[in-house]
Design a protein around this ligand. Structure first.
Ligand SMILES: Cc1cc2nc3c(=O)[nH]c(=O)nc-3n(C[C@H](O)[C@H](O)[C@H](O)COP(=O)(O)OP(=O)(O)OC[C@H]3O[C@@H](n4cnc5c(N)ncnc54)[C@H](O)[C@@H]3O)c2cc1C
Length: 384
């Protein structure tokens, strides 16, 4: 065993590649271990579209997203690659929706500008949408599409350009921590590092088991479908915003969401937090038929026959916490080992700032932004 790295990052999805990117940029020696290859489609960070938005029901997330935006734009400039596509966003709901109301309050508190539109204003501005007279909308200009897999690849490659060592097809199968030095085993190789950031997404509990810890993190298999547009022009960015609809059945949170015509030259629509909870060892890649039918019915209702047949679909994993807040914290009893599991289906937009927070926590023992919302203790309390 040779070098002791400043930090070993386990997992090169959105969070791991962002963490390695910040660590390497700050001159740390970094080992980035990935069980598959960067850009694979087995986890949570694949595909070419994720929603970036400031409209959140909690001021903490509004300010975190606002901090992330210039960092995504800086990443674009550094890589000379288009990653962030401003489209504007339309949040739809029935007036009484509590979460929707909270979004307006939180954005107002953070000084974020937005417009409230009634049904006829929505219809005249965005004629694609078939909506009830009672519905209202929030239009927010900062909403954008992040090209997910390209963001991941760019952050991983920039980390390597800054000296990080990336080992793909290197599943971590062992983790010991002695006297402030961690020993990480991939079966084929053994490594040492002064700190470790566990960015293993839905597989996090598999790594935590080596430290005799398990947390209530649940893998949920979600899916998205791409619909052909009869008149593609009216669904293009500039004419069609990203949309999120609150409610949709027995929930107050986002029920359905979708994107203008970008990826697959079709319109992507999906349900949020609707897929089955799964055991990763039994994970399949087939579409859930009932879930797909629900989304197709929604598309008929919301867009009539302006959207046609499904031309493609994919599955993807959420890693849910019970309260759908993230986990970014030191492992109890292991000051130098950090768990950074920010997902619950809404983590991507924050990846570039969360990567920085996790990198600071690993190498400086504290983050420049508050992590009180993301502490492990709240989950351990929930288990006991
Ligand atoms: C369908 C869908 C839609 C979404 N839409 C949005 C959206 O619009 N906006 C938004 O902000 N967020 C969205 N999200 C959430 C967002 O994509 C995730 O929060 C984010 O991608 C999580 O990244 P991650 O790095 O934690 O997980 P992952 O990308 O899964 O990365 C974990 C990595 O760890 C690796 N790994 C695991 N175990 C080991 C091991 N033992 N050894 C080595 N490597 C290991 C895995 O192979 C994987 O590459 C969505 C998620 C899904 C599934």
């Amino acid at each position: 065993m040779s070098e002791i790295y400043d930090c070993c990052v386990i997992g090169a999805g959105a969070m791991g590649s962002a963490t390695a990117y910040h660590l390497a940029r700050n001159g740390k020696s970094v080992l980035l271990l990935e069980q598959f290859e960067v850009g694979h489609e087995n986890g949570s960070s694949h595909g070419n579209s994720r929603v970036f938005r400031l409209s959140y029901e909690d001021t903490f997330y509004v300010s975190l997203a606002r901090a992330a935006k210039p960092m995504w734009l800086e990443l674009e400039a550094q890589s000379k690659q288009k990653l962030f596509y401003p489209t504007g966003g339309l949040d739809l709901a029935e007036p009484g929706s509590p979460v929707f109301q909270d979004c307006m309050k939180a954005m107002k508190a953070e000084g974020i500008e937005y417009e409230v539109l009634n049904a006829s204003q929505i219809r005249s501005r965005f004629p694609q949408f078939h909506i009830n007279d009672s519905m209202i909308g929030i239009y927010q200009d900062d909403t954008a599409v992040l090209n997910a897999v390209e963001c991941v690849k760019v952050m991983a490659s920039l980390a390597c350009k800054s000296g990080a060592v990336l080992k793909e097809n290197s599943p971590v199968v062992g983790l010991k921590n002695r006297a402030g030095v961690a020993e990480i085993s991939t079966g084929a190789e053994n490594y040492r590092a002064r700190s470790v950031v566990i960015n293993a997404g839905a597989w996090a509990n598999g790594i935590l088991a080596h430290l005799n810890l398990q947390l209530p993190l649940q893998a949920r298999k979600e899916q998205y479908q791409f619909f052909a547009a009869r008149d593609p022009d009216i669904f293009k960015p500039g004419k069609m915003p990203i949309f999120l609809e609150y409610g949709c059945g027995d929930t107050d949170i986002i029920g359905m969401y979708g994107f203008p015509l970008l990826e697959m030259n079709a319109v992507k629509v999906a349900a949020h937090q609707r897929g089955p909870y799964i055991d990763l060892s039994e994970r399949t890649f087939e579409l859930e038929v009932d879930g797909a039918a629900d989304v197709e019915q929604y598309v008929r209702q919301r867009f009539g026959d302006a959207l046609g047949e499904v031309v493609a679909s994919k599955t993807c994993l959420y890693t849910n916490t019970p309260d759908q807040h993230f986990v970014i914290d030191k492992i109890p009893g292991h000051e130098n080992i950090i768990l950074s599991s920010p997902c619950s289906g809404h983590g991507f937009k924050f990846a570039i700032v969360i990567g920085k927070m996790a990198a600071e926590l690993a190498t400086e023992g504290r983050s420049s932004r508050s992590l009180s919302l993301f502490e492990i203790s709240r989950l351990m309390a929930a288990q006991s």
